[in-house]
Design a protein around this ligand. Sequence first.
Ligand SMILES: [Ca+2]
Length: 467
Amino acid sequence: MRSLISRQSVKIAFEMKASVRRIFLLIFSIFLIKIPRFVIAQPAERTPSIDPLHYLPAKNPCYDETGQPQRCVPDFINAAFNLGVEVTNTCGERQSTKFCVQSGHMGMKKVCDICDSRVPQYAHPASYLTDFNDPDKETWWQSETMNEGIQYPHSVNLTLRLGKSFDITYVRLKFISPRPESFAIYKKTKEGEDWTPWIYYSASCRSTYKLTEKAPILPENEDVAQCTREFLDISPLTGGNIAFSTLEGRPSAENFEESEVLQKWVTSTEIMIVLNRMNTFGDEVFRDKSVLSSYYYAISDFAVGGRCKCNGHASQCVKSTGVGGDRLVCDCKHFTTGTDCDRCDPFYVDRPWRAATSDEANECLPCQCNHLSRRCYFDEKLYNDTGHGGHCIDCAGNTQGPHCEECVPNHWRRPNETRCTACNCDETGSLHVQCDEQGQCPCKAGVGGQRCDQCLAGFYEFTANGC
Ligand SMILES: [Ca+2]
């Protein structure tokens, strides 16, 4: 009897909860109809959707009309487009699973549907995160549901490898499910490095991430990830965006060119989204299967707005033809080289490498070897002393010196020649074998001739003592 009553009360409680849920849904629908700007006004909607197949290359040459070098950058693209994303969970891969939609989604006829990776029309693979985003025919990746155990502390990771460093302006996610209650974006500045947190989105910053909400970004500490509860309302139930602008709210963003900290902050080779906690109406506590199967993560578009990072020395990135094949590399100009144009060409080390700025191309300059060498190294002391750090080696034409500017011993330079000629001083007639700038050897008493190899007029007997 007692258990019957308690079961009855649970049922009543559940029905009440379900009706509360319906009221919630109704309120949210009214809210959305009444104030459509709420959805439209999100920053994500202001960022253009760009993919590499649908843009015209910008005119951004690395040299101006007069041939002068100038800063150049590759086009702004969606760096994630058509790249593979590694996900730790996808619905319908282990078995066909049922999921129910929180509200009528445009493309869905039924309230509940199945996910099955073996049946194309029921599959929601990771490739749908970065395919062409057609708003009329959306495709999306989807996780398993709470029914299969997906919820905090069990997280789902989405990892995107860009294959090369990019300067990232924003990361945008478009959700088919309600947006999560807590998730974080991490990045790697360089391959092989540890993950750096970029931002935490959470309605529970302190309990989930042990962080203060919206802790101020201080000028001396700009490369820290904030935790924010922005854009995390459960509404809209579908179609909600989240856009993380890498420089937003960072004090030095105005002086980005001077801020090495922020230049590093926006640089990324890999991005990982960690979905930690789902948004719910609180009704999952009753463990009703149809309720649990209505909670899952679903994302239709994972976009990464940015430029291939070339330090201002390339206007495009190309597929590398070298070892390893299909890698993206900068098409470097300004006598720079490296995947990111991050160093000078071997013969162009007269001054230290620098990134280009809007005022200065900072192109690499050739070593000054008087056309007598094609090899040199950067000599820091020489650079500090003279302003030209290129130290030439293997000078040809009997020359030596940092710029092949001197003759090797016992040689001299004819006017208007760069190479040096041997003095060929006669060892018997010369005081020593180094000639002067006119090629004249220093002759002993009574000895004459350019090479000191004969007695002067009126002298005789050419010996080691002179004539
Ligand atoms: Ca898609």
